[in-house]
Design a protein. Sequence first.
Length: 183
Amino acid sequence: MSDASNQQIPGLKQKKVFKIIVLGDSGVGKTCLTYRFCEGQFLDKSEATIGVDFRERNIKIGGEDIKLQLWDTAGQERFRKSMVQHYYRNVHAVVIVYDVTKPETFHSIASWMQEVESHGLMRAPRVLVGNKCDCGTPESRLATTYAQRLADKYGMPGEHGPGVVNLQRQKRATSSNDSCLCS
């Protein structure tokens, strides 16, 4: 008896799969962002991720079917130290998220970039996302100019927005995958 999942059906095109790892401190909204992007709805409550959580979304780019795998990682230091090497294996893009109302999460970006570098991902497309722009007071939010300077320093685009991922952010995420397709 043959296993149909392992056989390629003639004339059926295989989807390209792109692995995107989402990094950032605990509580910055990685789970809500990935859930919103993949499920199309806002997650009202979430618990801290332990290890890694995994979501998928199918999209079309240039008429081609693409499967995006988003790996939502734990941001707590104790889990970060034990993040398994295979989480970083075959990564096509990196998203680093910080909370605009918590400057300490912005200051952690340098250590996340060291993590990215230590796993050989500096050539992968990277995006810096400032999350929770709809929270706190304008005075409590980190100025986007600081974030843009840091994004420029690391050669990556910067995005800022509320926890609800809108169509513009989705378009940005899929355009990041365009560069994955070219590499």
